[in-house]
Design a protein around this ligand. Structure first.
Ligand code: UDX
Length: 457
């Protein structure tokens, strides 16, 4: 079974290289020639832990190769994974134009039957449209296409681990033959027969479930999963607001709530809200899809509104603490939308920085991986790889991404370097007790604030 991956963004790169590592022969292509040249030169255009190890090995062992010639990839493959981007349009609907042009290329270049698999995140019923488009574009070439859906649930920062150890592999199919083919394709993952670059000496035991359903259900499963994650986060953030008003501690509340297995403790971390390339856009696209189907997904609209408010909440806290923001020096710890990635797309930190600059504050920022990308958005900001530089002489320090490195900082030293030891932790990463001991004014979300107790500051 020869596989092709069309679109070498996050999902395409990780899926293609991990499927090659699992023993398949993969040809990967993208219409961005520069990206393919970078990959052919052995460089990876994204920061993703463990991806370099996998890619290096499968390219060296000739199980994965990159080509800028998309038609070559189509002709050579039996199974084609469509992994192109589906960014939001102005109205928030998913832009499917890249999928449409790939369908045209596949239809016109195929000389043998193909199994075409949607791996991009797409609204329900896209599979139907894709099948029709392939037939229309193939005119009378007689080429035979089967279509299937195989959504991805990778998280940035743990994508390689997530691919090899998924909770479930979901396939949407119309034929038994296709189900068999995809079960075969995923057998190494389902049976744990691959060289895991993440776990040494052995991997977690749990085998993923292989979920077989219709194409429309598989498409809905992806949007429904991501949207529910956003719902949980927004619920935790409203709890944080309540805790602030009623004297509770949101970390203790969500831990106890999450101990109920019907609820589960994951994705109940209150803070600055969810960002990134997936959750915000998938929720938007799901709301629009529901609208088109005549259903008002008010629940998700509310989750979105609550999420957008998180930045306002933080700015209110900064204003309350600093009184006047103009001319104040504010340090930023973290820009990426979450730790272990260099991705700043729809990162709440970007909006926070924008607001601080608009208020006339002097901002200095640091992030272990995302400063290069942030420079493109804020070229005039002062950046430093050393958090101490960012804290030196600052009137306030804002923790916007919970990188592990920040937890391990010498907070005593930071206390002494700041003009005013005021920390606003928008990710509830640090321990209030520790910060109080060190004499910080410390604020976070949904947890009791601490005021400076140390004399002489
Ligand atoms: C998400 C889904 O998790 C993944 O399954 C899907 O395939 C792609 O979209 P990702 O975008 O990488 O993955 O990020 P995720 O780990 O889900 O975090 C999303 C955002 O939620 C981040 O901004 C994170 O900081 C925030 N978050 C996460 C919270 O605010 N609280 C939480 O408890 C968890």
């Amino acid at each position: 079974m020869r596989l092709a991956v069309i679109g070498c963004g996050y999902v395409g790169l990780v899926s293609g290289s991990c499927l090659a590592e699992a023993g398949h022969e993969v040809i990967a292509t993208d219409n961005d020639g520069a990206r393919i040249a970078t990959l052919q030169a052995g460089k990876i255009p994204i920061y993703e832990p463990n991806l370099d190890k996998v890619l290096d090995r499968v390219v060296r062992e000739r199980r994965l190769r990159f080509t800028a010639d998309c038609t070559e990839a189509v002709r050579e493959a039996d199974v084609i994974f469509i992994c192109v981007g589906t960014p939001p349009t102005e109205s928030g609907e998913a832009d499917l134009s890249a999928i449409d042009s790939v369908a045209r290329m596949i239809a016109q270049e195929s000389r043998t039957p193909k199994l075409v698999i949607e791996k991009s995140t797409v609204p329900a019923q896209t599979g139907e449209e894709l099948k029709r488009a392939l037939q229309v574009y193939a005119k009378n070439s007689g080429a035979r296409f089967r279509v299937a859906s195989n959504p991805e649930f990778l998280r940035e920062g743990t994508a390689v681990d997530d691919f090899f150890h998924p909770d479930r592999v979901v396939i949407g199919v119309e034929e038994k033959e296709t189900e068999q083919e995809l079960r075969e394709l995923y057998r190494p993952i389902l049976e744990g027969r691959f060289r895991c670059p993440v776990h040494k000496p052995s991997c977690p035991a749990a085998a993923p479930e292989f979920v077989v359903t219709t194409i429309a259900s598989a498409e809905l499963i992806k949007h429904a999963s991501n949207s529910f994650l956003g719902l949980k986060i927004s619920y935790a953030n409203v709890l944080a607001d309540l805790c602030e008003r009623l004297g509770g501690n949101v970390d203790e509340v969500t831990r106890a709530v999450g101990l109920d297995p019907r609820i589960g403790g994951q994705f109940l971390k209150a803070g600055l809200g969810f960002g990134g390339y997936c959750l915000p856009k998938d929720i938007q696209a799901f709301i629009k899809l529901a609208d088109r189907a005549g259903i008002d997904f008010g629940l998700l609209k509310e989750a979105e509104r609550i999420n957008k408010q998180r930045v306002d909440r933080l700015i209110e806290k900064v204003k309350k603490a600093l009184w006047v923001m103009k001319g104040k020096q504010i340090g930023i710890l973290g820009i990426a939308f979450k730790p272990n990635t260099d991705d700043i797309r729809l990162a709440p930190a970007i909006e926070v920085i924008r607001r601080l600059l608009a208020e006339g504050a002097n901002v200095r920022a640091t992030d272990p991986e995302a400063m290069e990308r942030a420079r493109a958005v804020f070229p005039n900001l002062i950046y430093s790889a050393d958090p101490l530089d960012v804290a030196r002489g600052a009137d306030a320090l804002l923790v916007l991404t919970e990188w592990e490195q920040f937890r391990k900082l010498d907070w005593k030293r930071i206390h002494d370097e700041m003009a005013r030891p005021l920390v606003l932790d928008a990710r509830n990463m640090l321990h209030p007790a520790m910060m109080r001991e060190l004499g910080f004014e410390y604020m976070s979300f949904g947890r009791p604030d601490t005021v400076a107790v140390m004399a002489g500051h």
